[in-house]
Design a protein around this ligand. Structure first.
Ligand SMILES: [Fe+2]
Length: 384
């Protein structure tokens, strides 16, 4: 029998090659009179910021640019962005870039309409007031931040990644423009794609998932299985870029409602302590966490294998449940993603503290297999 569930849909989606040209008009439609564009240096260098600015200039929409967002954005950078928003009197926001600028734009938005300090809003549903209208323009196919109500901000004092979650943070509009994805370096394409795959996988098997999330997650895994290699081989393949962007968005909606689990619980401390890029941390942990988790829900793992293009005909349930980890390892091999934490500068002596942080986050609780601090240390060890 179906369990009862709640589902937050995303804001409006606008999928269109060249869609960034509509940004200025869309901001006006949302009632904005002056926009804060939150972005980073990479987007500025790539020429994408110029495209966004042109659209606002064409519409005579006043704006200010805040381009100082760093990977794994900190509370300090959010504070700085908020000062610009306040000083300039902006009343709408644009998150332009990968997950970091979009998450920073959400957190700046929280500060804009909610009393400080920011970190009192950590956790689910603590934000009191809606934020200013936010348009998200993703330039990577991975985080899904353009459709979630989650913002992950690093508290440098604690070396800890905090997640603020509220339906108020869901962008009013996500402009999905596959042309923006064509200038990214291959290492970013592959690891952000693995982040999307991890979202879909964790939302698919989560004990608190729901049939809508599972449908989106299944198709996201299928699209990633079919398109991530083609996209990384040629980022100018607009069709593959479009399917990856779609998959990442679908996986975002799926995990905001179905939650993520032990992979993300363990990846966040790697970002907090070693500044490991989020997608890379997930990718390295993913096959090991799959090996660990499959015993709890082997039938679902059989379906994941199918989504990833494996033929499971004639296999026992247990045999089929081993196929997703095998498929992920093969994908990582093809995409030349490092396999071990030691290859990306992680040190063994932090395993205990990272496992403690992972347990404290509570994110692991939405994993179908019971996972302890000791299990996590062993998983870090296996992934080393
Ligand atoms: Fe993620």
């Amino acid at each position: 029998m179906l369990k009862s569930f709640q589902f937050n849909s995303s804001g409006r989606l606008s999928f269109q090659a060249g869609g960034i040209q509509t940004l200025g008009n869309e901001l006006k439609t949302l009632g904005g009179t002056k926009a804060l564009i939150v972005t980073d240096q990479g987007i500025k260098m790539s020429g994408i910021l110029e495209k966004a600015k042109k659209s606002l200039l064409d519409e005579k929409m006043p704006f200010v640019v805040f381009d100082e967002v760093e990977p794994n954005p900190s509370t300090a950078v959010v504070e700085k962005g908020y000062e610009v928003l306040k000083k300039e009197g902006c009343d709408c926001l644009v998150g332009l870039g990968g997950g970091s600028p979009i998450d920073a734009a959400k957190a700046i938005g929280v500060q804009g309409t909610n009393p400080p300090p920011l970190l009192q809003y950590e956790g689910p549903n603590k934000v009191k007031n809606p934020i200013y209208p936010l348009v998200a323009v993703p330039t990577t196919a991975g985080t899904g931040s353009e459709v979630t109500g989650a913002s992950v901000i690093t508290d440098k004092a604690r070396k800890y990644k905090c997640s603020i979650r509220s339906p108020y943070l869901i962008p009013k509009l996500a402009i999905l423009d596959p042309e923006l994805l064509t200038t990214l370096p291959p290492g970013v394409l592959s690891t952000t794609g693995m982040d999307a795959l991890t979202h879909a996988y964790e939302a698919f098997i989560s004990p608190v998932t729901n049939p809508v999330s599972q449908a989106l997650a299944y198709d996201a895994m299928r699209l990633i299985g079919q398109n991530l290699r083609r996209f990384c081989a040629n980022p100018e393949n607009i069709e593959a870029a479009g399917f990856m962007l779609l998959a990442s968005t679908m996986a975002g909606i799926a995990f905001f409602n179905g939650r993520v689990g032990v992979v993300h619980a363990m990846a966040h401390p790697l970002g907090g302590v070693f500044n490991t890029p989020h997608g890379l941390a997930n990718a390295i942990l993913l096959p090991h966490c799959m090996d660990f988790t499959r015993l709890a829900v082997p039938e679902l793992f059989g379906r994941i294998a199918e989504a990833l293009g494996r033929d499971v005909t004639g296999l026992t349930v247990n045999e089929a449940s081993k196929k997703p980890a095998e498929a992920v390892r093969e994908l990582m091999e093809d995409l030349q993603i490092p396999k071990g934490l030691k290859d990306v500068g992680v040190k063994r002596e932090s395993f205990e503290i990272m496992a403690k942080d992972a347990v404290n986050s509570g994110i692991h609780l939405t994993t179908p297999r019971k996972v302890t601090e000791k299990d996590m240390i062993e998983l870090y060890e296996k992934a080393f």
